[in-house]
Write a protein that binds this ligand. Structure first.
Ligand code: SAM
Length: 334
């Protein structure tokens, strides 16, 4: 099977103390198959002026130009690509090492954690079962909810992600460190003990399952009992190559909910790629209308839609999102 090949070219042009750093990252099809095209092309040109003094080096960034050209997307990085190319430890180190998240994605993670805390900390939403779809290697999206649901299922397409979660749940040496995020959520919610929160979550997570959101039943061949709450964060836009697939996947997720159940989504608008270390992944560019139309088409009522526009987008080297959104919607009761 052919898959996209990530190419990264770096070079420096120097002339009399003026250094031009050129970084080209592109996703291209494997040359083994003909008729394929460049699918994503990211060019970053950094012009750096080094002014040397006796003891110090002053670096002045003159300007950063970034151009992203999306052409026909024959190589959208779907689940199979994640299996071989997504580094769970690098992902967590890049984006979840501390509550402020990645330095280029200002306030992204604090916005997400605050929104999730706002939904769940009062205890208004509770129930027996909660499913997080496309967890990646991460547990942050269920931290605020875990006190209020008896059984939690985490899930992802990629086995390397599921393995990292299992390692953390089983206290295996060298597992991912979620302490800074646990600490932050406790501070938000006035809880005194991150280790109690950690213990609660570890006790409530009953399964870590393979899922594929492109399937009508994402957990096929298993049939899960209907959940009171489904959470999904940054998964559908990473997994779905076009809006039709996205709407079908959303429908599949909503079928996991019992009537009247709660859907909580975190996602990005207007993003075409993100990077984990130097490895780019594609993303379906969504608008707020896309999501609202898809959900109202499924009969959901949207209770909250919160948006955080990207700050300093032109200097973001790890993604090109326009805004991060958080929404809470309810499935119609029968
Ligand atoms: C950007 S990560 C999001 C991870 C995590 N939920 C978060 O908020 O950080 C996207 C995740 O989607 C998963 N994914 C990709 N294709 C998928 C599919 N078809 N079904 C389920 N998960 C998929 C990837 O393995 C990856 O873990």
């Amino acid at each position: 099977m052919s898959g996209p090949v990530a190419m990264s070219l770096n070079f420096i042009l120097s002339y009399q103390g003026l250094h031009v750093h050129i970084n080209i990252v592109s996703l291209i099809d494997t040359p083994l198959k003909s008729g394929h095209h460049i699918s994503a092309f990211v060019v970053t040109v950094r012009t750096v002026l080094f002014a040397l003094t006796v003891s110090t080096t002053v670096v002045v960034y003159l300007h950063t130009i970034r151009a992203v050209v999306m052409t026909e997307c024959t190589t959208f990085t779907e689940g199979e690509f994640y299996e071989g190319h997504f580094d769970p430890r690098a992902y967590v180190k890049n984006f979840y090492a501390c509550p402020s998240g990645h330095a280029d994605e200002k306030n992204f993670l604090t916005f997400v954690l605050r929104c999730l805390s706002g939904v769940f900390s009062a205890g208004e939403h509770k129930g027996k079962r909660l499913i997080d779809v496309g967890s990646g290697p991460s547990i942050h999206s269920v931290l605020s909810a875990c006190d209020h649901y008896d059984e939690i299922v985490l899930s992802d397409f990629a086995s390397n992600n599921r393995r990292e979660i299992e390692k953390w749940l089983n206290n295996i040496e060298g597992s991912l460190d979620w302490k800074p995020i646990l600490q932050y959520v406790c501070e938000l919610e006035g809880k005194s003990s991150p280790s109690d929160l950690e213990a609660t979550l570890k006790q409530r997570v009953k399964k870590v399952l393979k899922c594929d959101v492109r399937l009508e039943n994402p957990f096929y061949p298993h049939t899960l009992e209907p959940a009171d709450c489904v959470i999904t964060s940054l998964c559908l836009e990473a997994a779905c190559k076009d809006i039709q697939t996205y709407c079908r996947a959303l429908h599949g997720l909503t079928k996991l909910l019992s009537p009247g159940g709660l859907l909580v989504m975190i996602g990005v608008l207007g993003e075409s790629f993100y990077k984990v270390d130097d490895q780019p992944f594609s993303c379906l560019r969504l608008s707020r209308d896309n999501i609202e139309e898809a959900l109202s088409g499924l009969g959901f009522s949207i209770h909250e839609f919160n948006l955080l526009p990207a700050e300093d987008r032109e200097n973001n080297s790890v993604s090109d999102f326009e805004a991060v959104f958080h929404l809470v919607a309810r499935k119609p009761s029968e």
